[in-house]
Design a protein around this ligand. Structure first.
Ligand code: 13P
Length: 247
């Protein structure tokens, strides 16, 4: 199974559902549709409408983050996994670099993972090195720490997806080389296999994925899918990514 996840970040109003309608009509007729899953993570404000509209369709809705407490609390503007689940989301991203840079620590991330899973949300756990870590050849050690400080073998592997997003690649148009990326993905899977009884959860790549460079990424069979930012805000680009992946 492959995954094409569109992370809208701070984008979208109710009428942006048109984008999902177009993706859905492509998906419902695509001969390859059984080979992949489409998940869109709109902002919190749109989760309920989008989930209701796509309840009977194959497109799944996720959240971009969740708070590190389970149900209700007195934290202003916080939204818990329980609340996200209650409006129909099936997935949540956790640990996106945008949120790590705003202060998400490993122990906060661990609570997020725990409470999201407890509330039957599947998680997309994001990891990635920054520019200086890459320059200093620290990529693999950084990734290993990000994984091992948060994920534990007691978590159900089947509810977890990992997204490798090098921070220097997000929104920059810069992408890793084929050799670099293959090595990194294989390493991430090795670390995960050590935690989860010899079987790795799916590992996705994210960072400047578009309808052109997808032809390069598809060469790496170890990549189980993509977490797409900018290009997921256009139905045409998002559909072209899927088309070009299976071409
Ligand atoms: P871009 O595809 O815009 O580089 O964003 C990647 C990302 O951060 C998805 O979560």
């Amino acid at each position: 199974m492959r995954y094409f996840i569109g992370n809208w970040k701070m984008f979208g109003v109710p009428k942006s559902i048109n984008i999902l309608n177009k993706i859905n009509s492509f998906h419902s007729k695509d001969k390859n549709r059984k080979k992949y899953r489409v998940i869109i993570t709109p902002p919190y404000t749109l989760i309920e409408t989008f989930s209701n509209n796509f309840k009977k369709k194959k497109i799944l809705i996720g959240s971009q983050n969740c708070y590190q407490k389970e149900q209700f609390s007195s934290d202003t503007a916080a939204i818990s996994p329980f609340m996200i689940k209650s409006v129909g989301a099936k997935y949540t991203l956790i640990g996106h670099s945008d949120n790590r840079s705003e202060g998400d620590t490993n122990s906060m991330l661990k609570n997020k993972v725990q409470f999201a899973l407890k509330n039957n949300l599947k998680i997309v756990f994001c990891i990635g090195e920054n520019k200086s870590e890459k320059k200093n050849n620290r990529t693999l050690i950084v990734l290993k720490n990000q994984i091992r400080k948060v994920l534990e073998k007691k978590f159900n592997r089947n509810d977890i997806i990992i997204a490798y997003e090098p921070i220097w690649s997000i929104g920059t148009g810069k992408i890793p080389t084929l050799t670099e990326l293959t090595k990194t993905i294989i390493y991430i899977k090795k670390v995960l296999k050590n935690i989860f009884k010899k079987k790795s959860p799916p590992v996705l790549y994210g960072g400047s994925v578009d309808e052109t460079n997808i032809k390069i990424f598809k060469e790496i069979k170890e990549i189980d899918g993509f977490l797409i930012g900018g290009a997921s805000k256009s139905s045409k680009k998002f559909i072209d990514i899927i088309k070009n992946y299976y071409r």
